[in-house]
Design a protein around this ligand. Structure first.
Ligand code: FMN
Length: 204
């Protein structure tokens, strides 16, 4: 059984999926894990919509690509450059290629609804990794358009669409900033000195 750190290190956002089918039971397992996340006042503001139907996937892709075309025209130049370097365009083939999409919504009037739901999304993508499934955290430019085509009640906001499946090819993990530049001990700027085994050496 891989440790959580191994799963987190192995997981990478995948944007090109094979059309090979997957077991829905694995997706439901990941949703069960997500549902165990903490939430503000335990209100569990998340809702999950599982989409396997090709026609529904096409409708989602259509409205997302219309909005992405507009967004790619007006995005700030640093972001346009980053998108270009990553080979990300307004085209979103993963919305129809991935065998399963999970759309995650939150009920807007619940306390810390967005924060709680994003925690659940973190649980979900790690649980998918545990089951050997690839995923992407996709945040559509105009989530309201997706809600409209799916007849989602006004009280709910779409947080993310997670395409799930097998990758067309393995990709290198995007690098992380060394932790010692981001994590401090006791005072801001005081770095952690960590042994190879992750043991923290405390001075004094
Ligand atoms: C809140 C959030 C929104 C994201 N939105 C998108 C998105 O709309 N499209 C996309 O291709 N990737 C999206 N991503 C994926 C990130 O680009 C990706 O996680 C990041 O580049 C690090 O790569 P890794 O996930 O492979 O480690 C999003 C990730 C997060 C956490």
């Amino acid at each position: 059984m891989p440790k959580l750190l191994d799963l987190a290190t192995r997981r990478a956002s995948i944007r090109a999926f094979s059309r090979d089918p997957i077991h829905l039971a694995d997706v439901i397992y990941a949703i069960r894990v997500a549902h165990e996340a903490p939430s503000g006042a335990n209100r569990q503001p998340w809702r999950f919509l599982i989409v396997t139907d090709d026609h529904v996937k096409s409708k989602i892709r259509h409205v997302c690509e219309l909005a992405e075309r507009e967004f790619h025209k007006i995005a700030p130049s640093w972001f346009k450059n980053w998108l270009r370097d990553k080979g990300i365009s307004w085209r979103k083939p993963f919305l129809t290629d991935a065998p399963v999409l999970v759309l995650i919504f939150f009920k807007k009037d619940e306390p810390y609804a967005s924060e709680s739901t994003w925690l659940a999304i973190g649980y979900l993508i790690l649980a998918l990794e545990e089951r050997g499934l690839a995923s992407l955290t996709y945040t559509p430019s105009r989530s309201e358009d997706v809600n409209e085509v799916l007849n989602v009640p006004k009280a709910y906001c779409l947080a993310a669409i997670i395409p799930i499946g097998h990758p067309l090819c393995r990709k290198a993990k995007e690098p992380r900033t060394p932790l010692k530049r981001l994590c401090f001990l006791n005072t801001w700027g005081n770095p952690l000195t960590e042994s190879e085994e992750g043991e923290v050496k405390l001075s004094g």
